[in-house]
Design a protein around this ligand. Structure first.
Ligand code: TYD
Ligand code: MG
Length: 452
């Protein structure tokens, strides 16, 4: 008899090695390789061979999608649920994944379709209690308390659902693999089986995945390559705001964010995204600036807070939350080199409020304004919006979607905007009564506004 073979797989990136290594060559994480046995492969030809087709004979119709019933989720999915797709929803325990998916199940079931909700995580009673709390009482939702994924095919045949929800992928197993549920081998084998079923039947599947670094539960990282869409459900536990963020999407853009709020009756959509990221303090303080970021397909106004304090001996600290640390370093360097602010001897802390992570470079000017304001301990007017990207040479560069950003700022009652001086910036300005201040370089900016 052949000896059973084992391999070592990284729980972070899925790198495979034949022997144990302390540091993963794939992602450079330490101590992440775990041993697993290689599942037995069936030898020989597969039973059916899918014929190759000429490109011009394939129908070019747009992908058919149907709504999840939650507009913000549809937005992140790229316009709705695609039949046969596998969607992984990752997030910390308790963030609201089960709540979200039960609500989706309800919406889909209300359109006369059946939904299977397979839970290996909670008992039927627990799910029932949640559904009562959410006011969901739908006979088209079929609860399955089963952990063996091989039985899923039978359930699909019996119930013929339009949607399958598996809560969570870490709790299901297949007997083809000897390791425990949640191990890398199980995760991969189960996901492969589910993918196979989804593609064959054209039934979409939502998978819940926990993001846990510790313990034997693997993060959903290794699954990301296997599914069509990966969405992270995020938020700070103590706050009600929740964010859906696409990190991979074979059917749409990953720039979109979906915003929801956890209420007593489950999750509700945030219909006015401009509002949620603005601070609610009425008194002005130094180090605070408002910027108009653009996330996916809509403008979002964000409050940027900065704290500049003189540092002790050694390197000055830079801490950024909500923007890339390197962008902060770059803006600090520009301010230091072009304007001579002695920031090398100051710690700089920066935060985008509300938990948003923005990659939009147009918030550069807002960041610079916040830093200067904190350094000089002078407050900026609260009715002013800062828009513009900073180049290394100190130029303030124009940004796209200026018109939409300004409309949003106008709607939110802002009175003044500081924006880049360029031909394209002037186009499409709404005829509102904004006071518009154009700046060309960081010098302009500092002399007229920040120190003006
Ligand atoms: P849950 O969906 O169980 O989270 P997950 O599946 O991601 O672990 O949601 C858990 C939290 O949500 C729990 O702390 C209670 C809260 N919650 C509400 O605030 N309102 C509600 O209507 C529901 C159902 C839950
Ligand atoms: Mg749950």
């Amino acid at each position: 008899m052949a000896k059973s073979i084992s391999r070592f797989v990284c729980t972070e990136c899925g790198y495979e090695a034949s022997k144990w290594l302390g540091k993963c060559p794939g992602c450079a994480s330490w101590n992440t390789l775990v041993e697993e046995s290689v599942p037995k492969k069936k030898a020989g030809q597969p039973e059916v061979r899918i014929p190759a087709v000429p490109l011009d004979s394939v129908s070019g119709d747009a992908v058919y999608r149907y709504s999840s019933g939650i507009g913000e989720l549809d937005r992140v999915l790229g316009g709705g649920i695609v039949p046969g797709s596998l969607v992984l929803i990752g997030g910390d325990p308790g963030i609201g994944k089960s709540t979200l998916l039960l609500q989706v199940a309800d919406h889909v079931a209300n359109t006369d379709k059946r939904v299977i909700y397979l839970s290996g995580e909670e008992s039927l009673r627990q799910i029932r209690l949640r559904s009562l709390r959410l006011g969901i009482n739908n006979a088209n939702i079929y609860l399955v308390s089963e952990q063996n994924i091989e039985l899923l095919a039978d359930y699909l045949r019996d119930i013929n659902p339009a949607l399958v929800i598996i809560d969570s992928i870490q709790t299901v197993y297949t007997s083809g693999v000897s390791s425990i549920p949640g191990s890398i081998a199980q995760l991969r084998e189960c996901t492969a089986r589910i993918t196979d079923l989804a593609k064959k039947t054209d039934i979409p599947v939502f998978l819940v995945g926990h993001v846990t670094k510790e313990g034997s539960l693997a993060g959903p990282r290794v699954l990301e390559h296997m599914v069509d869409v990966v969405i992270y459900f995020e938020g700070e536990k103590n706050f009600t705001l929740r964010m859906l963020r696409g990190v991979k999407n074979r059917f749409g853009s990953t720039d979109e964010i979906g915003l929801m709020e956890m209420s007593g009756q489950g999750l509700v959509e945030v219909l006015d995204p401009a509002y949620v990221f603005l601070g609610h303090s009425s008194s002005a303080s130094s180090g605070v600036a408002i910027a108009a970021s653009y996330e996916g397909s809509r403008p979002v106004l964000v409050e940027i807070q900065s704290l500049v304090v003189s540092s002790g001996p050694g390197y000055a600290r830079r801490m950024a939350s909500g923007i890339d640390q390197n962008r902060l370093a770059l803006i600090i360097a520009v301010l230091e080199k072009r304007r001579g602010y002695p920031l090398a001897s100051h710690d700089v802390y920066l935060k985008v409020t509300g938990g948003l992570f923005t990659r939009d470079p147009s918030v550069d000017l807002g960041i610079a304004a916040a830093i200067i304001s904190s350094y000089r301990e002078k407050t900026l007017p609260r009715d002013t919006i800062f828009i513009g990207e900073l180049s290394l040479s100190g130029q303030v560069r124009s940004v796209p979607f200026l018109e939409q950003r300004l409309k949003e700022a106008d709607r939110m009652g802002f009175k003044r905007v500081v924006l880049p001086r360029s031909a394209s910036a002037r186009e499409g300005l709404p005829g509102s009564d904004f006071e518009i201040i154009e700046v060309e370089t960081i010098d302009d900016f500092v002399e007229t506004i920040a120190e003006g």
